[in-house]
Design a binder for this molecule. Sequence first.
Ligand SMILES: Cc1cc2nc3c(=O)[nH]c(=O)nc-3n(C[C@H](O)[C@H](O)[C@H](O)COP(=O)(O)OP(=O)(O)OC[C@H]3O[C@@H](n4cnc5c(N)ncnc54)[C@H](O)[C@@H]3O)c2cc1C
Length: 395
Amino acid sequence: MEEEVHGIVIVGGGICGLATALALHRKGISSLVLEKSETLRTDGVAIGVHANGWRALDQLGLATELRETANIITGYHNVWQQQSKSTIIPARHWRGAYQQEPSASAVTLQQLWQTLILMAATAPFLGVRTMDGSTIKANVLIGCDGANSVVAKYLGLGSPSHLPLLIMLGLTSYPHGHPFGTQFLRFAGNGFAVGRLPVTENLVHFFVSRPSPATGFTDESAAREYVLEKLQDCPDEIADMVRRCDAAETKTLTKVWYRSPWQVLLGRFQRGTVTVAGDAMHVMGPYIGQGGSASLEDTVVLARTLSRSVPDGVVVVDGNGSTRSRELQDKKISVALGEYVRERRARLFMLSLESYVIGTLRIAKSLLKKLACVAMLTLLGSESRRHANYNCGPL
Ligand SMILES: Cc1cc2nc3c(=O)[nH]c(=O)nc-3n(C[C@H](O)[C@H](O)[C@H](O)COP(=O)(O)OP(=O)(O)OC[C@H]3O[C@@H](n4cnc5c(N)ncnc54)[C@H](O)[C@@H]3O)c2cc1C
């Protein structure tokens, strides 16, 4: 089998991998994206993008087009059924909006490959073995391969944990318009939660979550039945929205992954010219809706720092430079990746901590634990969604 050599290889063609390729492309640096899935798919139904994510999308040149396809969320309406209590909080910035998952077609992409990555220590290059048995060598390897990343394992990061939570996600159409305005509703019932996010005047995204029983579920439809049992406790408006959802656009997650804040704080995110971004680096529970936006921030910071080490945009590989110049460049790239990791770590630690504390609060039984979580969330500015204020800076 023939061997190929590339300057930069990105493993994973999800939001983060494609955005990384685009960010590098906008800095004049080419890369190769390897994706194991043969087809484009909409795995997660939809995601919310906060103001910080929109800032990153602006830098990637995607925001203008995407803004045209979704409404802006103007506020958060929280309802606690048992306490008969509700609050309305304005969205932190008018640019904080809800958006269906961007389609891959919005991204310029060098190449998609069906692949399974096996790390082979073939110094000085990194070896990537594809499913057809061929080997691709790279100077720089960026793992954007999601929660169960093989690149993260290569770096020595521990496996992520999973939350004791089942989540059903879906979309419901209202051909004559829905009456929900532009507010994100979070409804907390007895042992379940519902989220409702208007996407357009005619389309609403929702999620229903319920703690999983100790025995767990491996079968998606059984898990869905279990989650839907709670519909009888919901107001009619919510139950109706879930019942009439588009069945083809629903998904029930039986495993929701997260990397602990301590791993994010202390874990090894770089080894020479290998690093990770997106869920591979910091998969977090869905409680603050920041995993995707944080991944977009990663890509802007990564491309910005990496481009400083390759000012002319050319990553030297054998054949377009001497071994010596390649080694010198690899050293500079390694320093740049170190800067990227340093810049991201504090931000990602705060996000994963906030998400972790909310998750802990949801399942906490002791009053003391609950109070500690509430105090921590107050410190983190969770209620005001301070995390959405972040600006990752220019590309
Ligand atoms: C229920 C839920 C709700 C969420 N809501 C929000 C939200 O509202 N807002 C938000 O910002 N975020 C949200 N998130 C998080 C967000 O979906 C993720 O953070 C984001 O999708 C991560 O993108 P990624 O590209 O890093 O990983 P992924 O989307 O997992 O993509 C990884 C890609 O790598 C490929 N891959 C994996 N292994 C290999 C391999 N060995 N070789 C080649 N390719 C490989 C996979 O096929 C996949 O295409 C939510 C997550 C969940 C679970």
